[in-house]
Design a protein around this ligand. Structure first.
Ligand code: SAH
Length: 264
Protein backbone atom coordinates (compact mmCIF):
# COMPACT_ATOMS: atom_id res chain seq x y z
CA UNK A 1 0.00 0.00 0.00
CA UNK A 2 1.10 3.55 -0.70
CA UNK A 3 2.02 5.78 2.25
CA UNK A 4 -0.64 8.14 3.60
CA UNK A 5 -0.16 11.62 2.16
CA UNK A 6 1.23 14.25 4.52
CA UNK A 7 -1.59 16.32 6.03
CA UNK A 8 -2.06 19.64 4.28
CA UNK A 9 0.34 18.90 1.40
CA UNK A 10 -1.20 19.60 -1.99
CA UNK A 11 -1.38 16.65 -4.34
CA UNK A 12 -1.47 16.79 -8.10
CA UNK A 13 -2.83 14.93 -11.11
CA UNK A 14 -0.90 13.42 -13.98
CA UNK A 15 -2.86 12.31 -17.03
CA UNK A 16 -0.87 9.43 -18.45
CA UNK A 17 -1.21 7.90 -21.90
CA UNK A 18 -0.93 4.16 -21.43
CA UNK A 19 -0.44 3.19 -25.08
CA UNK A 20 -2.41 0.50 -26.88
CA UNK A 21 -2.36 -2.09 -24.14
CA UNK A 22 1.12 -3.53 -23.71
CA UNK A 23 3.63 -2.30 -21.12
CA UNK A 24 6.29 -2.44 -23.86
CA UNK A 25 4.70 0.67 -25.34
CA UNK A 26 4.53 2.68 -22.12
CA UNK A 27 6.83 5.70 -22.15
CA UNK A 28 9.61 6.14 -19.59
CA UNK A 29 7.64 9.12 -18.21
CA UNK A 30 4.53 6.92 -17.84
CA UNK A 31 6.44 4.25 -15.92
CA UNK A 32 7.92 6.93 -13.63
CA UNK A 33 4.54 8.59 -13.02
CA UNK A 34 2.99 5.21 -12.14
CA UNK A 35 5.86 4.37 -9.80
CA UNK A 36 5.44 7.69 -7.96
CA UNK A 37 1.63 7.57 -7.72
CA UNK A 38 -0.48 7.16 -4.57
CA UNK A 39 -3.68 6.45 -6.52
CA UNK A 40 -4.23 5.33 -10.11
CA UNK A 41 -7.61 5.75 -11.80
CA UNK A 42 -7.49 3.54 -14.88
CA UNK A 43 -9.53 2.65 -17.94
CA UNK A 44 -10.05 -0.77 -19.45
CA UNK A 45 -8.11 0.25 -22.56
CA UNK A 46 -4.95 1.03 -20.60
CA UNK A 47 -2.50 -1.83 -19.86
CA UNK A 48 -4.21 -2.32 -16.50
CA UNK A 49 -3.47 -5.99 -15.97
CA UNK A 50 0.21 -5.16 -15.49
CA UNK A 51 -0.41 -2.33 -13.01
CA UNK A 52 0.41 -4.26 -9.82
CA UNK A 53 3.95 -4.85 -11.11
CA UNK A 54 4.42 -1.18 -12.04
CA UNK A 55 3.14 0.60 -8.94
CA UNK A 56 2.24 0.11 -5.30
CA UNK A 57 -0.49 2.78 -5.62
CA UNK A 58 -4.12 2.16 -4.84
CA UNK A 59 -5.76 1.02 -8.11
CA UNK A 60 -9.25 2.25 -9.00
CA UNK A 61 -11.07 0.92 -12.08
CA UNK A 62 -13.19 3.73 -13.48
CA UNK A 63 -13.84 1.95 -16.76
CA UNK A 64 -16.44 -0.33 -15.23
CA UNK A 65 -18.05 -0.94 -11.92
CA UNK A 66 -20.40 -3.66 -10.66
CA UNK A 67 -23.40 -3.90 -12.95
CA UNK A 68 -21.09 -2.92 -15.83
CA UNK A 69 -22.04 0.73 -15.72
CA UNK A 70 -19.25 3.10 -16.52
CA UNK A 71 -18.33 5.69 -13.94
CA UNK A 72 -19.58 8.92 -15.52
CA UNK A 73 -17.06 11.42 -16.82
CA UNK A 74 -18.06 14.00 -14.22
CA UNK A 75 -17.70 11.43 -11.43
CA UNK A 76 -14.21 10.50 -12.69
CA UNK A 77 -13.23 14.16 -12.66
CA UNK A 78 -14.66 14.59 -9.16
CA UNK A 79 -12.82 11.51 -7.82
CA UNK A 80 -9.53 12.68 -9.32
CA UNK A 81 -9.82 16.21 -8.04
CA UNK A 82 -10.93 15.16 -4.54
CA UNK A 83 -8.09 12.69 -4.25
CA UNK A 84 -5.52 15.30 -5.32
CA UNK A 85 -7.00 17.89 -2.93
CA UNK A 86 -6.64 15.32 -0.14
CA UNK A 87 -2.91 15.38 -0.86
CA UNK A 88 -2.53 12.39 -3.14
CA UNK A 89 -0.27 12.11 -6.14
CA UNK A 90 -2.93 10.99 -8.63
CA UNK A 91 -2.37 9.27 -11.95
CA UNK A 92 -5.21 9.09 -14.43
CA UNK A 93 -4.13 6.26 -16.76
CA UNK A 94 -5.83 6.22 -20.14
CA UNK A 95 -5.55 4.04 -23.22
CA UNK A 96 -3.37 5.37 -26.05
CA UNK A 97 -2.81 9.11 -25.90
CA UNK A 98 -4.89 11.25 -23.49
CA UNK A 99 -5.57 13.88 -26.15
CA UNK A 100 -6.78 11.51 -28.92
CA UNK A 101 -10.46 10.81 -28.22
CA UNK A 102 -9.45 10.48 -24.59
CA UNK A 103 -11.27 13.43 -22.99
CA UNK A 104 -7.87 14.56 -21.71
CA UNK A 105 -8.70 18.21 -22.37
CA UNK A 106 -11.83 17.96 -20.21
CA UNK A 107 -9.94 16.34 -17.35
CA UNK A 108 -7.23 19.00 -17.48
CA UNK A 109 -9.95 21.68 -17.42
CA UNK A 110 -11.59 20.04 -14.37
CA UNK A 111 -8.27 20.09 -12.50
CA UNK A 112 -7.54 23.68 -13.47
CA UNK A 113 -11.03 24.74 -12.37
CA UNK A 114 -10.46 23.11 -8.98
CA UNK A 115 -7.02 24.69 -8.60
CA UNK A 116 -5.27 21.30 -8.81
CA UNK A 117 -1.87 21.11 -10.49
CA UNK A 118 -2.06 18.86 -13.57
CA UNK A 119 0.21 17.72 -16.33
CA UNK A 120 -0.09 15.36 -19.28
CA UNK A 121 2.20 12.53 -20.34
CA UNK A 122 1.65 11.74 -24.02
CA UNK A 123 1.14 8.13 -24.96
CA UNK A 124 1.46 5.96 -28.04
CA UNK A 125 -1.89 6.29 -29.76
CA UNK A 126 -3.72 3.27 -31.11
CA UNK A 127 -4.45 5.31 -34.25
CA UNK A 128 -0.88 4.66 -35.43
CA UNK A 129 0.34 1.75 -33.34
CA UNK A 130 -2.56 -0.64 -33.91
CA UNK A 131 -2.31 -0.45 -37.73
CA UNK A 132 1.45 -0.96 -37.20
CA UNK A 133 0.74 -4.11 -35.21
CA UNK A 134 -0.83 -5.45 -38.43
CA UNK A 135 2.11 -4.25 -40.53
CA UNK A 136 0.20 -1.27 -41.93
CA UNK A 137 2.13 2.02 -42.22
CA UNK A 138 -0.32 4.94 -42.07
CA UNK A 139 1.80 6.82 -44.60
CA UNK A 140 3.99 5.38 -47.35
CA UNK A 141 6.02 7.20 -49.98
CA UNK A 142 4.12 7.43 -53.28
CA UNK A 143 1.11 5.66 -51.75
CA UNK A 144 -0.31 8.01 -49.10
CA UNK A 145 1.09 11.28 -47.84
CA UNK A 146 -1.56 11.99 -45.25
CA UNK A 147 -3.71 10.26 -42.71
CA UNK A 148 -6.88 11.39 -41.06
CA UNK A 149 -7.99 10.04 -37.69
CA UNK A 150 -11.74 9.92 -37.29
CA UNK A 151 -14.07 8.92 -34.47
CA UNK A 152 -16.70 6.39 -35.48
CA UNK A 153 -18.54 6.85 -32.22
CA UNK A 154 -21.44 8.47 -34.11
CA UNK A 155 -22.16 8.18 -37.85
CA UNK A 156 -20.51 10.84 -40.03
CA UNK A 157 -22.48 13.33 -42.08
CA UNK A 158 -22.69 13.16 -45.89
CA UNK A 159 -20.40 16.17 -46.07
CA UNK A 160 -17.81 14.45 -43.90
CA UNK A 161 -17.98 11.31 -46.08
CA UNK A 162 -17.40 13.51 -49.12
CA UNK A 163 -14.46 15.32 -47.54
CA UNK A 164 -12.86 12.06 -46.46
CA UNK A 165 -13.36 10.41 -49.84
CA UNK A 166 -11.99 13.53 -51.54
CA UNK A 167 -8.75 13.65 -49.54
CA UNK A 168 -7.21 10.62 -51.18
CA UNK A 169 -5.16 9.71 -48.10
CA UNK A 170 -5.32 7.06 -45.39
CA UNK A 171 -8.39 7.10 -43.14
CA UNK A 172 -8.01 5.67 -39.64
CA UNK A 173 -11.18 5.16 -37.62
CA UNK A 174 -11.33 4.58 -33.87
CA UNK A 175 -14.49 3.33 -32.15
CA UNK A 176 -15.74 2.44 -35.61
CA UNK A 177 -17.18 -1.07 -35.35
CA UNK A 178 -20.70 0.07 -34.50
CA UNK A 179 -20.86 2.47 -37.45
CA UNK A 180 -18.81 0.46 -39.97
CA UNK A 181 -21.82 -0.20 -42.16
CA UNK A 182 -22.78 3.50 -42.36
CA UNK A 183 -19.17 4.52 -43.01
CA UNK A 184 -18.65 2.04 -45.86
CA UNK A 185 -21.98 2.99 -47.45
CA UNK A 186 -21.31 6.71 -46.99
CA UNK A 187 -17.85 6.53 -48.58
CA UNK A 188 -19.31 4.55 -51.50
CA UNK A 189 -21.99 7.22 -52.00
CA UNK A 190 -19.25 9.84 -51.90
CA UNK A 191 -17.57 8.11 -54.83
CA UNK A 192 -14.85 6.03 -53.21
CA UNK A 193 -13.93 2.96 -55.29
CA UNK A 194 -15.50 -0.30 -54.05
CA UNK A 195 -12.11 -2.02 -54.33
CA UNK A 196 -10.41 0.44 -51.96
CA UNK A 197 -8.58 -1.83 -49.47
CA UNK A 198 -9.68 -1.83 -45.84
CA UNK A 199 -8.45 -3.48 -42.69
CA UNK A 200 -10.00 -4.04 -39.30
CA UNK A 201 -7.40 -4.64 -36.61
CA UNK A 202 -8.91 -5.95 -33.37
CA UNK A 203 -7.24 -6.11 -29.96
CA UNK A 204 -3.87 -4.75 -31.09
CA UNK A 205 -0.92 -5.98 -28.97
CA UNK A 206 -3.22 -8.15 -26.91
CA UNK A 207 -4.12 -11.82 -26.83
CA UNK A 208 -6.44 -12.53 -29.73
CA UNK A 209 -5.10 -9.76 -31.98
CA UNK A 210 -6.72 -10.28 -35.37
CA UNK A 211 -6.60 -8.52 -38.72
CA UNK A 212 -9.41 -8.74 -41.26
CA UNK A 213 -8.63 -7.44 -44.74
CA UNK A 214 -11.28 -6.78 -47.35
CA UNK A 215 -12.29 -3.81 -49.46
CA UNK A 216 -14.82 -1.05 -49.20
CA UNK A 217 -17.44 -3.08 -51.06
CA UNK A 218 -17.03 -6.25 -48.98
CA UNK A 219 -15.91 -5.06 -45.55
CA UNK A 220 -19.36 -5.00 -43.96
CA UNK A 221 -19.87 -8.72 -44.42
CA UNK A 222 -16.17 -9.62 -43.97
CA UNK A 223 -16.06 -7.81 -40.61
CA UNK A 224 -19.46 -8.89 -39.33
CA UNK A 225 -17.82 -10.92 -36.55
CA UNK A 226 -15.45 -8.12 -35.49
CA UNK A 227 -15.78 -6.42 -32.13
CA UNK A 228 -14.28 -3.49 -30.19
CA UNK A 229 -11.62 -2.47 -29.49
CA UNK A 230 -10.63 -2.25 -33.13
CA UNK A 231 -9.01 0.24 -35.46
CA UNK A 232 -10.20 0.51 -39.07
CA UNK A 233 -7.82 1.53 -41.82
CA UNK A 234 -9.04 2.55 -45.26
CA UNK A 235 -6.55 3.18 -48.03
CA UNK A 236 -3.89 1.82 -50.36
CA UNK A 237 -1.45 1.49 -47.43
CA UNK A 238 -3.31 -1.71 -46.52
CA UNK A 239 -1.79 -3.24 -49.68
CA UNK A 240 1.71 -2.24 -48.51
CA UNK A 241 1.20 -4.43 -45.46
CA UNK A 242 0.05 -7.30 -47.65
CA UNK A 243 3.05 -6.88 -49.97
CA UNK A 244 5.45 -6.73 -47.02
CA UNK A 245 3.84 -9.79 -45.51
CA UNK A 246 4.35 -11.53 -48.85
CA UNK A 247 8.04 -10.61 -48.75
CA UNK A 248 8.36 -11.75 -45.16
CA UNK A 249 6.75 -15.07 -46.03
CA UNK A 250 8.95 -15.48 -49.11
CA UNK A 251 12.02 -14.74 -46.98
CA UNK A 252 10.88 -17.30 -44.41
CA UNK A 253 10.36 -19.84 -47.22
CA UNK A 254 13.90 -19.17 -48.47
CA UNK A 255 15.24 -19.59 -44.93
CA UNK A 256 13.44 -22.90 -44.60
CA UNK A 257 14.70 -24.02 -48.02
CA UNK A 258 18.28 -23.01 -47.13
CA UNK A 259 18.02 -24.79 -43.79
CA UNK A 260 16.70 -27.96 -45.41
CA UNK A 261 19.42 -27.87 -48.11
CA UNK A 262 22.13 -27.30 -45.51
CA UNK A 263 20.63 -29.99 -43.34
CA UNK A 264 20.51 -32.59 -46.10
N1 SAH B 1 -6.92 7.65 -26.53
C1 SAH B 1 -6.96 6.40 -27.26
C2 SAH B 1 -8.25 6.22 -28.03
C3 SAH B 1 -9.49 6.14 -27.16
S1 SAH B 1 -10.94 5.79 -28.09
C4 SAH B 1 -5.75 6.31 -28.17
O1 SAH B 1 -5.04 7.31 -28.40
O2 SAH B 1 -5.47 5.20 -28.65
C5 SAH B 1 -11.03 4.03 -27.95
C6 SAH B 1 -10.75 3.37 -29.28
O3 SAH B 1 -9.35 3.25 -29.48
C7 SAH B 1 -11.27 1.95 -29.40
O4 SAH B 1 -12.63 1.90 -29.69
C8 SAH B 1 -10.43 1.46 -30.55
O5 SAH B 1 -10.90 1.99 -31.77
C9 SAH B 1 -9.09 2.10 -30.26
N2 SAH B 1 -8.17 1.21 -29.53
C10 SAH B 1 -7.51 1.51 -28.41
N3 SAH B 1 -6.68 0.49 -28.05
C11 SAH B 1 -6.81 -0.46 -28.99
C12 SAH B 1 -6.23 -1.75 -29.19
N4 SAH B 1 -5.33 -2.25 -28.35
N5 SAH B 1 -6.59 -2.45 -30.29
C13 SAH B 1 -7.50 -1.97 -31.15
N6 SAH B 1 -8.10 -0.77 -31.00
C14 SAH B 1 -7.76 -0.01 -29.95
Amino acid sequence: MAAEPAAGAAGHVTLVGGGPGTTDLLTVAAVKALRDADVVFYDRLAPYQELPSLTSAELVDVGKKPGHHKVSQSDIEKLMVESALAGNNVVRLKGGDPYVFGRGGEEVAACVAAGVKVHVVSGVTSAISVPAAAGIPVTHREVSHMFTVVSGHAPLTEKEHQHLAGLGGTIVVLMGIGTLHQLAAGLRRAGMRPDMPMAVVERGYRPGQRTTIADLGTITSAASGCSNPAVLVIGEVVRVAEANRGHAEAAADLDRLAASLLGS
